[in-house]
Design a protein around this ligand. Structure first.
Ligand SMILES: Nc1ncnc2c1ncn2[C@@H]1O[C@H](COP(=O)(O)OP(=O)(O)OP(=O)(O)O)[C@@H](O)[C@H]1O
Length: 298
């Protein structure tokens, strides 16, 4: 289990802002074996800083990161797989050579590094590009190589900073499948993303961070329950003002009015909708992660 508790980090300021920037103000969450954890938040919320602290690239001012119940060491981190936000491939090096090289850096012998490289090249669909220099690859293929580099030493934990950004749907599926396989093998996976639909689909648990603080964390189910379900009503060609005073938001699309409410007497709303026009839809819906996110950071 990877446990991140009460991380605080202030970056030093310049002459214009001598107080600096408080990037993390008590970030904490736990990721268990075989759990896929989505780390989400607006730009500048503190996700990259948190991941860098976990990987030892940055030092926290306070707080702790523990792995299997004891403080994380350099040796532990060598067994982790990391995809940094700034990426980190040698542009002139060829794909297969590069993946094997990172395997060696993580302590694999030549034969093991070669075998892991061949497996990953096959698994990530890089076969035709194995002899090409990284700089000649598309963004999506570079990202596949970046993931291969993070996976080559069969890591105990995976920490991935926006692994899906800029990828086409096929590359997203390839990467997602590779991560799910590792997860099924018991590896905790943390990834940050702004693609909330993807996070909702892939992750067991989610952490929402805003201005360096955790504003929500738990399973998507827990977060849904906290927000509560919404009632969506679509009425065609209704009388004007039919929804006045109801506790929700109304959107007008052509001759259709869509009302979304989180409270109120549903039977009363139904009666009013039927009186106002033709009711095309009336039903409760679970909030999406995007709605949960908006509510949490509001
Ligand atoms: N080296 C640094 N020096 C000064 N401030 C920094 C530094 N690194 C990050 N920050 C600031 O710390 C805050 C958190 O940044 P961080 O990169 O962790 O956010 P993020 O959630 O990863 O954002 P994004 O989604 O845009 O990648 C931001 O206000 C950022 O400007």
């Amino acid at each position: 289990m990877l446990e991140i508790s009460e991380l605080r980090k202030r970056f030093a300021g310049g002459p214009e802002s001598p107080e600096g920037k408080l990037a993390l103000d008590g970030i904490g969450f736990t990721v268990r074996q075989g759990e896929m954890y989505g780390f989400v938040g607006a730009n500048g919320a503190g996700k990259t800083t948190t991941m860098r602290i976990v990987m030892g690239v940055l030092q926290a001012d306070a707080g702790a990161v523990t792995w299997q119940g004891r403080p994380l060491t350099y040796a532990d981190r060598r067994r982790f797989g990391y995809m940094p936000e700034e990426r980190g491939l040698y542009q002139k090096m060829r794909v297969a050579e590069q993946i094997a090289y990172f395997g060696r850096l993580h302590g694999l012998d030549q034969a093991a590094a070669q075998k892991a490289t061949d497996d990953l090249i096959e698994r990530l669909g890089l076969g035709e590009r194995r002899g090409d220099a990284v700089e000649s690859l598309s963004l999506g293929n570079q990202q596949r190589v970046q993931l291969a580099v993070a996976l080559v030493h069969d890591p105990e934990v995976l920490i991935l900073d926006e692994p899906f950004s800029g990828l086409d749907p096929l590359a997203v599926e390839t990467l997602a499948t590779a991560l799910q396989e590792r997860c099924r093998g018991g590896v905790p996976v943390i990834f940050s993303s702004h693609q909330l639909d993807l996070v909702e689909r892939l992750c067991d648990s989610v952490g929402i961070v805003a201005s360096g603080r955790m504003v929500a964390t738990g399973t998507v189910g827990d977060l849904r329950a906290a927000v509560g379900r919404t009632l969506r009503v679509v009425v065609r060609d209704p009388a004007p003002g039919w929804a006045d005073g109801l506790p929700g938001e109304i959107a007008v699309r052509g001759d259709r009015h869509e009302l979304v409410v989180t409270g109120g007497d549903d039977q009363d709303i139904l009666r009013r909708a039927m009186k106002a026009g033709q009711v095309e839809h009336f039903g409760y819906e679970q909030p999406t992660l995007t709605e949960i996110f908006k509510e949490a950071v509001a």
